[in-house]
Structure formats: C-alpha cells, structure tokens
Design a protein around this ligand. Structure first.
Ligand code: HEM
Length: 179
C-alpha cells in the first residue's frame, strides 16, 4: 500500500493550516515591533511582499492546472495526480500566504494611516476581488476532487488571465499611489 497522501486527506486540514499561518504572522509582527521598533514597518512590508509573491504564484498556476485537469479523463492516473497537486498548492501555499498577506497588509495600512487614502480603497477593492477569485478556485478544486467539474478547458484559460490583470492594478496602485 502507498504512503502518499490522498487529495482528500490533504483537504482535511486547511483550517489548521490557516490558523497556524495567522498565529505565525501575529508572533512575527509582535517580535519585529518589539525587537526593531524603528524598522518594524519596513521589515513587515518585506514579509507582506514575500507572502504576496507566494499567493500570486499559486493564483497564476492553479487555473493553468485546471486547464490540463479539465482535459484529463475522469479516473485517469493523470487526473488523480492533478487532484493532489491542486490540494497541496491550495492548502500548503495559497491559503496560508493569503492570510499572511492580509494580516500584514492590514497592520501596514493601520500603522501608516492609509484607511482614508483613495488609492488604498481602490487597492482593497481589487484585493477583495482577488480573494473572491481565491474562494472560487478553492470551490473549483473541491469540484475537481469530487469529479464534479463541468467547465471546459477554455473556461479555465480565460480565468487564468484574471489574477494577472488584478495584480497589475494592485501593484500600480500601491507603488504609484495615483490618487
Ligand atoms: C491582502 C490584502 C492587502 C492589504 C491590506 C495590503 C496593504 C498594503 C499596505 C498598507 C502597504 C504599504 C504601502 C506603503 O508603505 O506605501 C502594502 C505594500 C505593498 N503591497 Fe499590499 N496589501 C494587500 C495585498 C497585496 C497584494 C495582493 C499585492 C500584489 C498583488 C500587494 C502588493 C504590495 C506591494 C508591491 C507593496 C510594496 C509597495 C511599496 O513599498 O512601495 N499587496 N500593501
């Protein structure tokens, strides 16, 4: 019998991983505020960008996996491998890094008093859309895992472009702060 984890066993612990990611972020933030109070903002911004890169990498890769998964026959070895890859990507990287990006981003916004800045409202709107897409991709991974996907590969090819467009808008807003 194989020791490899199944997609369903990996899917069983996303809540625990999310709680762990949040706990690590809170401890990290508290440590930096305590150890280097003057530089804490820059250190936490660096970790925010690191978390965002990990989150974006998965948001760009997951729909691409769905393109190939949608074309693989149900029950084939290929389809089972895609299920495992999708669960790992979501539960180990995508959801924890999204939580860390959110927690640190909210801390940065509060400590720099950005809540009334129009560029920040626009950025938060695009980030909420990205988070909604994350939810949609999570639900879709569950549908693939249970062999319920009905969307063709073409649908996933189109969805694949959405995170890139949102990311371009978010990065321009936070760096140029045009309004
Ligand atoms: C998840 C919710 C998010 C919140 C609440 C948030 C908030 C923030 C805040 C307040 C800053 C500091 C801005 C400054 O010091 O000028 C920041 C920096 C940054 N954020 Fe986010 N952010 C989030 C997600 C994202 C996402 C999804 C991306 C990219 C796709 C992103 C990219 C960046 C970049 C590149 C910086 C560094 C900007 C600079 O230093 O000039 N953020 N974020």
């Amino acid at each position: 019998m194989s020791d490899a984890p199944s997609a369903s066993s990996l899917a069983a612990s996303p809540g625990r991983r999310a709680a762990l990611a949040l706990a690590v972020t809170v401890i990290l933030a508290a440590a930096f505020v305590f150890i280097v109070p003057g530089d804490a903002y820059l250190w936490l911004k660096a970790f925010h960008v690191i978390a965002v890169i990990a989150w974006m990498a998965t948001m760009l890769y997951l729909p691409r996996l769905f393109v190939y998964h949608a074309e693989a026959p149900v029950g084939s070895a290929q389809a089972e491998t895609f299920k495992l890859m999708e669960s790992r990507l979501l539960n180990i990287i995508a959801t924890p890094s999204m939580i860390i990006a959110w927690a640190l981003g909210l801390w940065l916004a509060t400590s720099a008093h950005y809540w009334s800045a129009p560029w920040f409202h626009a950025k938060i709107t695009l980030v909420l859309l990205l988070s909604g897409l994350h939810g949609y991709l999570s639900a879709s991974a569950r549908a693939f895992r249970e062999d319920r996907n009905t969307k063709p590969a073409r649908h996933w090819r189109i969805i694949n472009e959405v995170p890139a467009v949102l990311m371009i808008g978010i990065v321009i807003l936070v760096i140029v702060k045009p309004f």
